[in-house]
Design a protein. Structure first.
Length: 202
């Protein structure tokens, strides 16, 4: 499988590294705005801005944002903050060809109408756009270093759920599946709220 990851930050890079060891993954392209990070990944196989000293799998490559190329992948994983998803989807729409979309953000749209990612995908890319939401409680640092993490994946398409779990899951990256997209996205929002509250309490 060829995987496109939009977002060259902590979660995009750590997820790429974690699942790149799966035999089912043939190639991963990380698309990002930061030209320095793109160059680091391609030249040194390292995202020095996020994980200095961690060598990335040879299956992982990077590119500046190129939505026309990204839609040619078998699956697109969007690993960016919630406030940026709408603009990314609007750019993606120009070339979109019904490629399954996996969103990983933990939050909702920051301006009215305050939509979840699955609502934005359906409204911008079309109601039939294949969509999944990936939720993890782990920190990116734990994921990239291969620590055992338990994650959840939601979609209203059971065949798609099982297909993506089969491609992503391995001995350290475990995935539970559900059809409750709203419930899982809400859990993502609550995780961020709890993290902020805990930080303030300390």
């Amino acid at each position: 499988m060829n995987l496109a990851i939009i977002g060259s930050g902590l979660f995009g890079t750590s997820t790429a590294q974690c699942i790149s060891k799966n035999q089912s993954i043939e190639n991963i392209t990380i698309y990002g705005r930061n030209k320095k990070v793109v160059e680091q990944i391609n030249r040194h196989h390292e995202n020095k801005s996020c994980f200095p000293g961690v060598k990335l799998n040879e299956k992982i490559h990077a590119s500046s944002l190129n939505f026309e190329e990204a839609v040619k992948a078998d699956l697109i994983l969007i690993a960016i903050p919630s406030h940026a998803i709408k603009s990314i989807l609007e750019e993606l729409k120009k070339y979109y060809k019904n490629t399954p979309i996996v969103a990983t953000n933990k939050g909702i749209e920051t301006v009215p109408p305050y939509r979840f990612s699955h609502q934005m995908v359906k409204e911008i890319l079309g109601k039939n756009a294949p969509f999944l939401y990936l939720y993890t409680r782990a920190f990116a640092k734990s994921i990239i270093h291969g620590e055992l993490t338990k994650n959840a994946l939601a979609s209203d398409n059971s065949n798609l759920l099982n297909w993506v779990r089969g491609k992503f899951e391995n001995e350290t990256y475990k995935i539970q599946i559900t059809d409750d997209i709203i419930g899982l996205e809400t859990a993502g929002v609550m995780k961020n709220i709890t993290a902020i509250a805990s930080g303030l309490a300390e």
